[in-house]
Design a protein around this ligand. Structure first.
Ligand SMILES: NC(=O)c1ccc[n+]([C@@H]2O[C@H](COP(=O)([O-])OP(=O)(O)OC[C@H]3O[C@@H](n4cnc5c(N)ncnc54)[C@H](OP(=O)(O)O)[C@@H]3O)[C@@H](O)[C@H]2O)c1
Length: 237
């Protein structure tokens, strides 16, 4: 989005990677980048993040809800605390950030809410029980919110990644394969074997869809969940 001319405020808990990311975006695009350490599961932190962005830029046009994902595992592995954490990280944070930002979004057709979810909301992904259950709530919320704020020209959409080569994938599925003694190239090929395009996605291939949904070109798309998954989700619809 910065490459498309948008000033951005970005947040994560760890300040080091956050600052490095902000510098990289600024160097590549020349846009203003505000980096604010935030834990979106904490109400005060989320509110402070939004306040900082408003103070710096004087307006907010686009909200992208994108925090980390819950752990993988079978139903029996997770107790109430694990379910509560997944709810707070992926559903409540989305609700909270949206509630904080919504009053500031423009009412001229350019206001955007974009939630990052997962391919698991469209097609069974073994081991993704926390993600699937919780993110289905995000889909439902987005659909109803799209209806509510549509008359104000605000769109609400979800983007569902399949397998995109980010730190999350490097530190979970890929790491498991490398620990088993596989070469990285073979491990990546094995992970991609069931994906129609036969490769894992690049972060920029995912980002370009998010940037499109944020743009004027996507002004008539709302309540949608767009897969970016190389064909990985096997549902007909
Ligand atoms: N990559 C994929 O193939 C894939 C597939 C399906 C779904 N997804 C979902 O898409 C989203 C992004 O995935 P990713 O692969 O980019 O994940 P990632 O590599 O794990 O990055 C997650 C980012 O969110 C930040 N974060 C985590 N918890 C946070 C919190 N409580 N408050 C604020 N920031 C937080 C992390 O920084 P800190 O740790 O410093 O806070 C990090 O910057 C996740 O929800 C993931 O589950 C990804």
């Amino acid at each position: 989005m910065a490459a498309d001319g948008v000033d951005v405020a970005i947040g994560a808990r760890g300040p080091r990677a956050l600052d490095q990311t902000a510098s990289a975006i600024h160097e590549r695009t020349g846009r203003a980048v505000l980096a604010v350490p935030v834990d979106v599961t904490q109400p005060e932190g989320a509110a402070a993040f939004v306040e900082c962005a408003l103070k710096e830029f004087g307006r907010i046009d686009i909200l992208v809800n994108n925090a980390g994902g819950p752990p993988f595992g079978a139903f029996g592995r997770f107790d109430d605390a694990a379910w509560q954490s997944a709810f707070e990280l992926n559903l409540l944070s989305t609700i909270r950030m949206t509630r904080l930002v919504l009053p500031h979004l423009p009412r001229d057709g350019s206001g955007r809410v974009i939630n990052i979810v997962s391919v698991s909301v469209r097609s069974l992904l073994p081991g993704s029980i926390l993600s699937t259950a919780i993110r289905s709530g995000v889909i439902g919320m987005a659909k109803l919110l799209a209806e509510e704020v549509g008359p104000h020209g605000i769109t609400v959409n979800n983007v569902a990644p399949g397998m995109i080569l980010t730190d999350r994938v490097r530190e979970t599925v890929l790491k498991d394969k490398l620990a088993g003694g596989m070469a990285e190239e073979d491990a990546l090929a094995e992970l991609a074997a069931h994906i129609p395009l036969r490769r894992i996605g690049r972060p920029e291939e995912f980002a370009s869809v998010v940037a499109f949904l944020a743009s004027d070109g996507a002004s008539y798309i709302t309540g949608a969940t767009i897969p970016v998954d190389g064909g990985m989700s096997r549902g007909i619809h």
